[in-house]
Design a protein around this ligand. Structure first.
Ligand SMILES: C[S@@+](CC[C@H](N)C(=O)[O-])C[C@H]1O[C@@H](n2cnc3c(N)ncnc32)[C@H](O)[C@@H]1O
Length: 260
């Protein structure tokens, strides 16, 4: 089979419209979470109150234009890209979407509204997550990944789950559970440039090995620094990454070039 893997620069809402229906086996993606919409809407006093947090970079707040929407715009944006994914991914293909409490319920709501079969909600536990500096709440140390199948609850069947390979990846060779204790992305994985929400290879590798097969085609419409494409390449899967930021696109292309 001809391998047409690539990472393209552009807006996925436009680029996905050019992609044929049912042309990808699966989607693994990490969309904007809409956690950068602090300024204007809400004034966060604690962040400005202690210069060591921001000036000494003890605490890095995600503050990215691509991650800032009004609530309504975020919901419409999420609906729009998810509907394109439902069209592009083949029936019964796996759709794995990252999020935190900020956005994951909206994603879950859209999946339920579209009657998509949800298989698992995976909890990624980051034992070395940044401490909470407001002292007003628990320290947020998890992200979630909703694993759904591109079909209705009644019709979903034969989705890919490589049970034995997942078992091999556990430390005690027992069933893989849905709570993954994996540290945040290491500095060494960021040697081609920094992305504020780069995912660790180990987390993506579990999704690729567990929920896709060799030579299958995987789309990531928000590929960032290219972790999903990289892991696909390492594991002989085909991929299409879409990233709209030039710098992040460059990092991802360099990571792929330097695979060896
Ligand atoms: C959460 S990050 C993904 C990080 C990625 N998983 C990694 O390991 O590097 C989301 C990415 O989506 C990109 N993005 C946001 N809106 C986009 C759009 N409409 N089309 C394409 N990319 C977009 C952002 O520039 C950002 O790099």
């Amino acid at each position: 089979m001809k391998n047409e893997s690539k990472i393209i620069l552009g807006d996925c809402l436009k680029k996905m419209k050019e992609i044929k229906t049912n042309s990808f086996d699966h989607c693994i993606t990490d969309p904007p979470y809409n956690i950068s919409n602090y300024s204007g809407k809400k004034k966060i006093g604690w962040y400005d109150s202690n210069p060591t947090w921001k000036d000494d970079k003890k605490f890095v707040k995600i503050d990215e234009k691509w991650d800032s929407f009004t609530d309504d715009d975020y919901f419409n944006f999420t609906m729009e890209w998810m509907n394109e994914i439902f069209r592009i991914v083949k029936p019964n293909g796996n759709i794995l979407i990252f999020g935190t409490y900020h956005n994951i319920y909206k994603i879950g709501y859209i999946l339920s509204k579209e009657d998509k079969r949800i298989i698992n909600s995976i909890i990624w536990y980051k034992r070395n997550a940044f401490p909470n500096i407001t002292l007003r709440m628990l320290c947020e140390s998890t992200e979630q990944i909703i694993w759904s199948v591109n079909n209705t609850n009644k019709k979903a069947k034969n989705w890919i789950f490589n049970y034995k390979e997942m078992k091999e990846l556990t430390h005690n060779k027992k069933q893989m559970r849905n709570m993954w204790d994996i540290p945040m992305t290491s500095i060494s994985e960021k040697r081609f440039g920094k992305h504020p929400s780069q995912k660790p290879v180990e987390v993506i590798e579990r999704l690729v090995k567990g929920c896709t097969n060799k030579n299958q085609k995987i789309i990531d419409p928000f590929s960032g620094s290219g972790t999903v494409p990289l892991v696909c390449a390492l594991n002989k899967r085909q991929y299409l990454g879409i990233e709209k930021d030039k710098e992040y696109h460059k990092i991802s292309v360099n990571r792929l070039k330097n695979l060896k």
